[in-house]
Design a protein around this ligand. Sequence first.
Ligand code: PAF
Length: 254
Amino acid sequence: MVPTMGALHQGHASLFEVAHQLADVVVATIFVNPLQFNNSSDFKKYPLQLDRDVQLLEEHGVHYLYAPTVDTMYGSDFSTSVHIEGITDLLEGASRPGHFSGVATVVTKLFSAGRPDIAVFGQKDFQQFAVIQRMVSDLDMPIRLIMAPTIRERDGLAMSSRNVRLSTAARQQALAISQGLLAAQAQFASGIRESQQLIEAVESVISLTSAEIDYVKLVDAKTLQDTTSASEGSVIVVAVILDGIRLIDNHILV
Ligand code: PAF
């Protein structure tokens, strides 16, 4: 199963490719989940393009699509929320209260509906993956989770359904995110381990633009807690707001 919110792009296509390598039958889900938007205007602005999405699914040999309506997913008396403690309070969770409960609730429902053996998610939403991993482990869900690498535009910008909302100028400035991450990786490769120095490498590139930095952090890949000293596998996570649009990215240090 590859759960998505639609507005599919090459990043999703790579998730379908990964799914095909692991499974005989690939199911995509498309559902723009109102529970995970803490800002209703963000929900309303989310791009909807089901016809184009279906075409992309066909091109990538996806066998089934599950695209329920909001009423099917959440009846008027729907009263359950899946909440994961701790890991959801940080980073995206701190800036978007309730977001991860919305994600966990809908992913639980999608897993119940499809009963997948394997579910594939993208690395771009690194915290989302960690949260779902925690949930699957805690609730003994018999599902193997796969994190597929982030797919980037040629110039380095991580693919996201939100990118289409960026003005030309903001789109250009957004490159600072991946450039900052590369600068930090270069410092790590040259032997720097002090997290503050790596964080500053990212921030100094982004601060040349008009992007507002929400956070740049160096965290442990499992707990997402800050680490003071980097090692291979530590993750630099970034969130910025550019032209009112929230963009996230991350890099696993190698
Ligand atoms: O990553 C997404 O597209 C969504 O958060 C998900 C996992 C489909 C849940 O709505």
